[in-house]
Design a protein around this ligand. Structure first.
Ligand SMILES: Cc1ncc(COP(=O)(O)O)c(C=O)c1O
Length: 457
């Protein structure tokens, strides 16, 4: 087990980090003693790694590995199984299948649902858009896997409906799929920073009839604010219009396992595809991402067989047919050992701790005139602006930038910055049980002091 100091990281400059690490890539003719190498790693590399286990790590969705997950991760590393199919790992392939079946059940997806592990949420989003295009092409009467974009009469009319703050992985997806970013039809956000359902409906109703809507993307826990888009109205409309509905739950889907948050996720079984990242608040070692389909037969749209591997004639389990990589990591194992050791109760407690920390902070700040809260937290993220009474309103954006930079430079805590409706805002995140309301309050105190210094200068 690597022991890290309590600090966020060493605080060293880029030049210092490069200089400390240079020795690690000086490859010599003779190999190095492994004990010496371990001690070199401990002194040169570890101090410069970010300590996700620190209560002051409040900026991003990363977490240290959950203890039970380590049991599975260590075994997976030890045996280095590729789990594409029965031929390379009978136990690996079957455990992945069983785990996917159980997760579909836990998330209460449809009877026909199936899932696959992916290398990242980004690839999950990309594959979901591919599936949407494939089905749209089928409606147009051709096989997208053979003809690709050239099969569409007017490819420039194809549109993907997204919120204006959609995760940038969806932008990547449009580029990689040959759609281009212009295919994104951006929808504004409502008062709690969720995709505006009325605007989505308008687009689907055909007010922009020159467009062919291929897919609507909703986000279950947006990256910037953690807001969960409303599913029922949008999913009903998508199913009536035959439009693929994709839910990016990379960050937020886990919270649907909490009874007190269930209402935010109503309608999950109506969505075509859903992405989830257990490597975020569950602390499952990277890579750990999944793509769920409520109608599992849609995975056939990505099946590619070869004559030596993933053969069509093979009768044994072949989870690797559901996504492109021919070598796939044993991501199911750490997730299984984590849930097994914590139990569902422990897992829910872990999720609850991050939500409660942020909710308690929001309540604490409600009457604070020096803090303008930007979102009523649905999950574990809060965005706000610090605004000392003496501040000139036109300096508010520069003030947030100043506080963000100064805080991170100090190296004691990590916070993030974002833009909401044209305003620079500070963003605090709690993804692991270490980030308590106490730790968050202490950050607010430090931010306020810094803001006062900005005003004085
Ligand atoms: C909402 C959302 N979607 C997608 C992603 C991308 O997932 P990954 O980092 O696993 O590629 C993220 C990452 O933070 C995210 O917050």
């Amino acid at each position: 087990m690597v022991v890290m100091s309590r600090a966020i990281y060493s605080g060293a400059s880029l030049a210092q980090v490069r200089s400390d690490l240079k020795g690690l890539v000086e490859f010599e003719y003779e190999g190095m003693d492994s004990t010496d190498l371990s001690s070199q790693l401990k002194t040169t590399l570890v101090p410069h790694l970010l300590n996700y286990g620190s209560p002051e790590f409040q900026s991003m969705f990363n977490a240290f590995p959950e203890e039970g997950a380590l049991i599975g991760a260590e075994l997976a590393l030890h045996v280095n199984q590729g789990v594409t199919n029965w031929q390379v790992s009978p136990g690996g392939a079957v455990l992945e299948e069983l785990c996917c079946e159980k997760l579909c059940e836990l998330f209460e997806l449809s009877e026909k649902s199936e899932a696959t592990f992916m290398y990242s949420g980004t690839y999950g989003n990309q594959q979901a858009l591919y599936l949407a295009l494939h089905r749209h092409a089928e409606k147009m009467g051709f096989d997208y896997s053979k003809e690709g974009m050239s099969g569409f009469v007017n490819p420039q009319n194809l549109k993907i409906v997204v919120a204006e703050d959609v995760h940038f992985s969806v932008l990547h997806a449009t580029r990689f799929l040959g759609l281009g970013e212009n295919a994104l039809l951006k929808i504004g956000l409502d008062e709690n920073l969720r995709i505006n359902p009325a605007e989505v409906m308008k687009v689907l109703e055909g007010h922009a009839s020159e467009h062919e809507i291929v897919c609507v993307v909703v986000t279950l826990g947006s990256t910037i604010t953690g807001s969960v888009d409303g599913l029922p109205g949008i999913s009903k409309m998508c199913s009536e219009k035959g439009v693929w509905l994709h839910a990016d739950g990379a960050y937020g889907l886990a919270y649907s396992l909490l009874p007190e948050k269930e209402h935010l996720f109503r309608g999950l079984e109506m969505v075509d595809s859903i992405v989830w990242d257990p490597h975020k608040q569950l602390g499952i070692p990277i890579p750990s991402s999944l793509l769920f389909l409520n109608d599992g037969t849609n995975f056939e749209r990505v099946n590619v067989y070869s004559n030596y591997f993933n053969r069509k004639e093979e009768e044994m389990p072949n989870p690797g047919l559901k996504s492109p990589p021919s070598t796939r990591p044993f991501s199911a194992l750490p997730l299984v050992t984590s849930i097994k050791t914590q139990g569902l109760h422990g897992l829910r407690q872990r999720l609850r701790s991050s939500i409660n920390a942020v909710n308690d902070l929001a309540e604490f700040l409600i009457d604070d005139a020096e803090i303008e809260i930007m979102n009523e937290p649905d999950t574990g993220v809060i965005c706000f602006r610090v605004q000392p009474v003496e501040i000139d309103k036109q300096d508010l954006c520069s003030l947030q930038e100043y506080v963000y930079k100064r805080t991170n430079l100090e190296g004691k805590r990590a916070i993030s910055i974002a833009t909401i409706k044209g305003k620079k805002v500070l963003r605090l995140v709690s993804v692991s049980p270490e980030v308590t309301v106490r730790a968050l309050k202490s950050t607010i105190l430090s931010i306020k002091e810094m803001a006062k210094k900005f005003v004085k200068n």
